[in-house]
Design a protein around this ligand. Structure first.
Ligand code: CA
Length: 237
């Protein structure tokens, strides 16, 4: 399967190097040396991945990230940054990059990250939500009764709002998988959400306060630094 990648990078040597190595893993790539070209490519074509340099001559990668994220659908973004001090901005502003590499990076590392992003996104699209009658999910000391929309932790009923329940159920149906905030907004709030990424954070905080013994050291909903959240892998009871 051939995939299409958009490389947004103003250093021609790096852009060409990345493009050549992408062709080794069956990817065609367009190169945009500035923000204006990047928007034009993005608005007129479909990509399975964007490699995005943070510092560009006419704009910066975070502004472009916002543009890409405002579009329908979900394209993973691998951010390239020149200085590790810029990581705070990339991650702290939660602009929705899925992963990042600090320059100078090694090509094997770049290719490994790109393959991991492809795998993550493709696994994500493969699984429709099954709704089985009488479905009950169990994790450690938590029981989720899907039909009754009830949850019990240590045999005590927990009162969740509809959205908190949907969020918990989505996590519980994908244990061990990492989701960033944009993916959670799309999946739990729906594609036409007008929410913001901090909406996800505040719901997760409220959910943790209700279901976790110690919300600062959660058993169920874990923070994955710089990426998002994942639900406990363990289904042991
Ligand atoms: Ca640059």
């Amino acid at each position: 399967m051939r995939r299409k990648v958009l490389i947004v990078e103003d250093e021609p040597d790096i852009a060409r190097l990345v493009k050549n190595h992408l062709s080794d893993i069956n990817c065609d790539a367009d190169i945009a040396p500035n923000g204006a070209d990047a928007r034009a490519f993005f608005d007129n074509s479909e990509y399975q991945l964007i490699v995005l340099d943070l510092m560009l001559p006419d704009t910066d990668g975070l502004t472009l990230c916002r543009h890409f994220r405002a579009a329908e659908g979900y394209v993973p973004i691998l951010m390239l940054t020149a200085k590790s001090s810029e990581l705070d901005r990339v991650l702290g502003l939660e602009m929705g990059a899925d992963d990042y590499l600090t320059k100078p990076f090694s090509i094997p590392e770049l290719i490994a990250r790109i393959k991991a992003l492809f795998r993550r996104v493709e696994a994500f699209h493969k699984q429709p939500e099954p709704s089985k009658a009488g479905e009950v999910l169990q994790f450690n000391e938590m029981l989720i009764d899907v039909d009754k929309r009830q949850i019990r932790v240590k045999d005590k009923a927990i009162d969740l709002t509809a959205r908190e329940f949907e969020l918990l159920l989505f996590f519980a149906r994908h244990p061990g998988r990492v989701f960033n905030r944009v993916q959670l907004l799309d999946q739990v709030w729906g594609y036409n959400h007008d929410g913001y990424e901090h909406t996800v954070n505040s719901h997760i905080n409220r959910l943790r306060a209700k279901i976790e013994d110690d919300p600062s050291s959660p058993t169920y909903v874990h923070t994955v630094w710089g990426v998002g959240y994942k639900f406990a892998d363990s289904t042991g009871g």
